[in-house]
Design a protein around this ligand. Sequence first.
Ligand code: ADP
Ligand code: MG
Length: 257
Amino acid sequence: MMPPEPKELHVDTAAGPVVAITDLRKSFGSREVLKGIDLDVAPGEVVCVIGPSGSGKSTLLRCVNQLEVATSGTVTVLGTETTDPDVDIDAVRQKVGMVFQQFNLFTHQTVLENCTIAQRRVLRRTRAEAEAIARTNLANVGLEDRGNALPSQLSGGQQQRVAIARALSMDPELMLFDEPTSALDPELVGDVLSVMRTLAENGMTMIVVTHEMAFAREVADRVVFMDDGMIVEQGPPEQVIGAPEHARTRSFLERVL
Ligand code: ADP
Ligand code: MG
């Protein structure tokens, strides 16, 4: 295998951002949980979002593909402003893969079916074409021989890798991960992180909400620390995790490291 190229080569700062978020606010009832988020993500960039439970990380991620509707502010994904009510959100969502803490696989369908349904229904691929693409992606996550299994016959780590293969089978231009390893037994975390690391090395643009500080340190181009609905600080991992400026970041890291 070819050694991975240095990551910097993949971050294309000259091209327009894949994600551009401006003064994003989100309230649930009277409670504002995102209090003015500004965040741009460049092509090929890997942004890890860290922060305490309840700080708004999932809500931020869900606003990117409009699983939550912003209260105000703008979110632009791949050049399309998704916060514009007239926009065809399905066209944008097709290009954005999302992987959740709970794998959300279709439990009554095989691994291969899980990885082909959306390809066939949304992208109108033929069965043969969809299956070939699914098999390639299953092989890339180390599950080439599990296509006929049901999700319940797999470990949590294998199920999460199926969820990643399923998302990749749609040829996404952006991948969103929301604590993809938090529901896993510790011994199963490594395989999932390793798949994500390879994806990052191959140039995928990724926003990853995670508590895995070693992963963030090694794989992130940028770490964003959120607290109480705001970005408190952001920068390269060696800065935000290695030498945080803010007391809130330091106290969070003391708790998780
Ligand atoms: P994190 O992912 O950082 O733990 P979340 O984005 O899930 O934080 O949640 C931020 C805050 O918003 C929390 O206080 C949570 O209870 C609240 N919240 C999230 N989703 C909803 C919802 N659908 N309705 C009401 N409150 C919500
Ligand atoms: Mg969350």
